[in-house]
Design a protein around this ligand. Structure first.
Ligand SMILES: Nc1ncnc2c1ncn2[C@@H]1O[C@H](COP(=O)(O)OP(=O)(O)O)[C@@H](O)[C@H]1O
Ligand SMILES: [Mg+2]
Length: 215
């Protein structure tokens, strides 16, 4: 399984989800590698901090540019690879889409994020032409917790659907623990500071597990 966290917008939660999902997979006996394809190295830094602490380390490699061959080589050595792509439409993102089995695209329920949908749809069409096995899903992230804002989340899911990209039922809500946990190479699953964030990642991962059958 190669799960690619990608998209065109910075700050949508790609690195955050890559890290939390990698921890989730590892905690269930997975054999997971993180590939950080973002020149900013957010996830590589996170994994390095993690390796210094008491948490079970997660192997990480960094690669940029055309990462297709790197992924083909690595998939013989790890059962699950989680790729954190950078914030833009990059060569790394496009090349990873040719070999990934699954792609998750985070969108905040905001106009500026959703405005990238036409480009994302285009990217998806190109990738599916060479990699028809690729499953692409959106996930709405950093949602407002207020019940009065539920319609925004539903509208964001509808927007994704109208561009041919199905959104997961699971969402993430804007919670400080997502930001605080990643400081120490930790995940929200391990920090334990906010059970609601744990539930969100569990729900998201369980939905992925059901859809993606990566066991
Ligand atoms: N659900 C969330 N609630 C609050 N903060 C979040 C959430 N998801 C991510 N963040 C924070 O938002 C910032 C951007 O997230 P990040 O995962 O780095 O985005 P990307 O990798 O897509 O650029 C980080 O500081 C991260 O900790
Ligand atoms: Mg990032």
């Amino acid at each position: 399984m190669i799960l690619l966290l990608g998209g065109e917008k910075g700050g949508s939660g790609k690195s955050c989800l890559a890290q939390n999902l990698a921890v989730w997979i590892q905690a269930r006996g997975g054999d997971v590698l993180l590939l950080d394809a973002d020149p900013q190295g957010t996830t590589a830094d996170w994994a390095a901090e993690r390796a210094e602490g008491n948490l079970p380390p997660i192997p990480v490699v960094q690669a940029h540019g055309n990462i297709r061959q790197t992924l083909l080589d690595l998939r013989n050595r790890y059962r699950q690879i989680v790729v954190d792509a950078g914030g833009a439409d990059s060569e790394a993102l496009r090349s990873a889409m040719t070999v990934a089995t699954h792609m998750l695209i985070p969108f905040r329920p905001k106009r500026r994020d959703l405005k990238t949908l036409p480009n994302v749809e285009n990217l998806a069409r190109l990738a599916l032409a060479v990699n028809p096995e690729l499953t692409i899903r959106a996930v709405i992230t950093q949602c407002p917790a207020l019940p009065s804002q539920v319609q925004r989340i539903l509208d964001a899911k509808d927007a994704c659907k109208s561009f041919g990209i199905e959104a997961l039922n699971a969402i993430t809500t804007a919670r400080n623990v997502y930001d605080d946990a990643d400081e120490n190479g930790c995940s929200v699953l391990e920090s334990g500071a906010d059970p609601r964030a744990i539930e969100e990642i569990e729900a998201l991962a369980t939905e992925l597990w059901r859809d993606f059958r990566w066991a």
